[in-house]
Each structure stands twice: as C-alpha cells, then as structure tokens.
Write a protein that binds this ligand. Structure first.
Ligand code: GLU
Length: 489
C-alpha cells in the first residue's frame, strides 16, 4: 500500500533536531511505499508567546537542506491544499457542526471564571481536573437559543461516559484507555478556530493520510483524537509513535546537551547525508550493525518494524564521527566549495578572490579536510596556510627549535630549501628532506623541525604536500622567521 504521511510542524520556533527525525521517517515511508510525503503548517494556536511565524523559513530550509522536501506542502501546493491550517477554517467548522448534528458534540457556554473555579475546586479536592460536563445537559434547543442571543461558546466533544477504546500503535502495540478518563475536550474555540486535536484529525482525514508518525510525547493526545475519528465515523490512520530522543544522561534532549536547533547543525557544517544517516538511526535500526548507509540503502532497508520502543540517545560524538566519515568520502571539490563561506567568515579569504587565491584554497582544503569533523573547523585547521603563525607550539619548539642543535638543524633546512625548485612539488620537498641527514643521522628531526618552523604546529597534513601547497616563497620566509623562535628559546 502506498503511504501518505505528513509532517505537521507548528511555527512555534526554529525546528528541533529531534523533530526533523520525524520528517526523515515520513519521507522514508513515502519513498519506500511509492507514496507521498506531505507537510502541513499547524498555525491555529495564535497565542503570541507561542506563534512565531518568523521561523517558518527555518522549517522550509531544514527540510530542503536535509533532502526531504515534501511532495505536497504550502510552498509548492498539491491536490489536497491548502496546506496551512489557518486557511482551512471552514473544514473544521463543518466537522464541528456535523458532530453537533450527530449528537456527538455540544456547545459549552461556561465562562472562563466558571472553568477556573471548577478547576480550583477539583484541585482542592485532589480529584482529577477536567470539564465537569455542565453544558452537556443543555438540550439542542436551549443551546441554539443561547447561541442566537449571542452568548459566546466553545464546541466540545461528547466523549462516551462508559466503555473503553483500543487503538493499535505500530511501535507500542495495542493501547486501551477508559473513555471515562478522556475529557470532553474543546474542538472549536469561541472564535470559531479549531483546537489542535480537531485540526489534526480533520486534516489527516481530508488529506488522505494513512500513517501518523510523531514523537511518543504526543501519545497522551491520541485517545482524544481516536475518539474524534470514531465520533465522525472516519477510519483511523495507522498510529506510529516514535521514541523520544534523549541526551547521554538519559534526560530529554535539551540545550544543556548541545545544539538542538536544526539550523545550528547546518551552520556548523554538517553534511546533509550524514545528518540524514544519523537521524534515521535514532530509534530505527536496519536489523544489523550497519552504521554508515547511503540514502538508497536506507530506503531499501527501512520498515516501521525496525523502529524501537527504547528512547534514542543523541550522541554528539557519534554524529561528529559520522560527519567526518562523510567528509572523507565526499568529492574534494564539493568539500572545498562548502568550506569557502567558513574561510570568508574567519577573514581568511576575501569575498571576491583572485584566481590565484581560488587555486590556493583548492590546494589547501583537501589537505586539511581529512581531519575535519565539521566544516566550520576548516578555518582553525587551515589558518596557518593563510596567516603566518604568530607563535610555535611551546613543546614542539623546546624539542626541535632550541639549543645549538636546533639552530644548526634549522640552518641546514634553510640552505636546502633555498635551492629548491619553484614551484615546489611534494616530490621535490621529499627529496630535499631525504637528502638532509648525514651518515648516522635520522630523518625524523628534520621532518619535525621543518614542520614546526613552517607551521608553528607539531601535527597536520602530510609535510611534503603541505610545503608544496604553501609554496617556496612562504616556506622560505617562515623558515627564516623561525630563527627568532630559536633565539628566544
Ligand atoms: N503540530 C504538532 C507539532 O507541532 C503535530 C503533532 C502531530 O504530528 O500530530 O508537532
């Protein structure tokens, strides 16, 4: 069966990385079954402390960037539009009216004051809070009359007072709840706008959604929605609740664990495929111990049966490792292009580079890319290619650039490179270093001394490639400048 699945973000902020995992599962089920991935904007909660339309762009950018652009959504439309809830109000009102006509919903005229007093009394008595069904007693005629007089009202679901309802969850199995424990929830607010529960049910039904995939934290809402489906005599979608994402300390993933906003990961320089691969493994497994998987392999292996009930731990170190693997496997030209903005931001490269600068960057980035876990590290990793190092690593300096030994070795290196060909190829650099040790001397001290003199660092990319990329002029000026380091040591 081809699935129609939906991602239904509320514009309450920039999307959370755990939330985007839902979109990944949606997209996968749609691709796997040859179905459709739908996104719908749930914007009916206009409380100014929550409604933040300025973040809709982040939602769109995140989906596009991750490569899970919906087949139907508010950006490009589709056959089941509009895909924004605030543009679908008549549909919710029609459903509310239908429920009232069927006797499955009723108007509630209770004032805020009465509801607050009721809650207070319930709390004082230690009993569960919930609507006391005061207005459920009103006859339809009484209610019509009050409404006609202009009394404000909400519409509530007339939840069965007895019996139990069972729904089936693809991950958590059959879930049974006592109807008595479900509140006569508000479906339509006094301004005629729907609550989340009515909106989600009406839209999922009218949009032909076959699977509702969402975080396990929505499970307390599901009984309410199941009862709305039953009341409307609509078939239920398949319910698929996915486990929460936790930090390493097993607490809900939050700011103190690290970045949680998806756009932060984009800025830090993760690759979309790495992020996709990492997110899918948060709570899903292919059934073997594969970790790095291509998108095609994941589509091939994906099934709802592979989703675990256990909470998934968001391991930042694993994500960094995985991203490093993706960087190493990627086309170096692509990585170089993706690194440019970070170099510019760090002031290592101008906005309009000359051809020479562009060629230099193209030579440098492949040398440092192997060590990157995220692309934003490129500036620090490659800084010494662009700026002469202000100081040398103290330990390395003590070891390789001090005393008469160090001074003599540096002079031999300087003399040897002064005679180097220009351009300096990696092969020529290697020959020069190879020729430096005299009978009985080893090559290692020359390698280490050259490296620290030329870069100020004790580790980095392969020395010969590095010297070649720096070019003869830079190498010479830095070797000479290292004399100061020896003198001060
Ligand atoms: N609008 C809800 C949210 O913000 C959707 C929950 C659901 O998927 O039903 O996540």
């Amino acid at each position: 069966m081809s699935a129609r699945v939906r991602y239904a973000p509320s514009p309450t902020g920039s999307p959370h990385v755990g939330n985007l995992r839902t979109a990944v599962y949606d997209w996968l089920l749609a691709r796997k079954t040859g179905g459709a991935f739908v996104a719908r904007l749930e914007d009916t909660d206009r409380d100014p402390t929550r409604y933040k339309p300025e973040f809709i762009g982040d939602i769109e950018q995140s989906l596009d960037w991750l490569g899970v652009t919906p087949d139907e959504w508010w950006v490009t439309g589709g056959d089941y539009g509009p895909y924004v809830q605030s543009e679908r109000l008549p549909l919710y009102q029609e459903a509310g009216k239908r429920l009232m006509d069927m006797g499955m919903a009723y108007r509630c005229f209770c004032t805020e004051e009465r509801l607050a007093a009721m809650r207070e009394a319930q709390q004082a008595a230690g009993s569960p809070t919930g609507y006391d069904r005061h207005c459920r007693q009103l006859s339809r005629e009484e209610a019509d009359e009050k409404a006609a007089r202009g009394a404000p009202f909400t519409v509530r679901l007339a939840v069965p007072r007895e019996g139990a309802t069972t729904y089936s969850d693809a991950v958590y199995g059959d879930i049974t709840f006592g109807n008595r424990n479900v509140d006569d929830q508000v479906l339509l607010k006094s301004n005629g706008w729907p609550t989340y529960h009515l909106g989600v049910v009406v839209d999922d039904h009218h949009m032909g959604i076959t699977h509702v995939i969402r975080g396990e934290d929505w499970m307390p809402s599901t009984p309410k929605q199941v009862l709305i489906y039953d009341a409307l005599q609509w078939p239920q979608p398949a319910w698929v609740h996915i486990p929460l994402t936790l930090g390493k300390d097993r607490k809900k993933l939050g700011k103190r664990h690290g970045s949680t906003q998806f756009v932060d990961f984009i800025r830090q320089g993760y690759l979309p495929d790495a992020m996709f691969n990492f997110l899918v493994l948060l709570g899903w497994s292919p059934g073997d111990d594969r970790q790095i998987m291509s998108r095609d392999e994941i589509v091939e292996a994906f099934s709802l049966a592979g989703i675990s009930r256990n909470p998934a731990v968001f391991d930042y170190d694993k994500l960094r490792w995985m991203n490093g693997e993706y960087i190493r496997a990627a086309d170096p030209e692509r990585i170089a292009a993706l690194c440019l903005p970070y170099l510019r931001e760090a002031g290592l490269m101008s906005g309009s580079p000359t051809d020479e600068e562009t060629a230099y960057v193209a030579a440098v980035i492949p040398l440092v890319a192997d060590r990157l876990k995220v692309l934003s590290e490129v500036a620090d990793a490659s800084r010494y290619f662009f700026e002469d190092p202000a100081e040398a690593d103290p330990k390395g300096r003590r070891k390789w650039l001090s005393g008469s030994d160090g001074a003599a070795r540096l002079e031999r290196i300087i003399d040897a490179f002064a005679a180097a060909p220009d351009p300096l190829t990696p092969e020529a650099a290697e020959q020069i270093i190879d020729a430096l040790p005299a009978e009985g001397e080893s090559r290692a001290p020359f390698i280490h001394t050259t490296r620290i003199a030329a870069t100020g660092a004790t580790a980095g990319p392969g020395l010969f490639e590095l010297l070649s990329a720096l070019g003869k002029a830079r190498v010479m000026s830095r070797l000479r400048r290292a004399r100061e380091w020896v003198a001060e040591a």
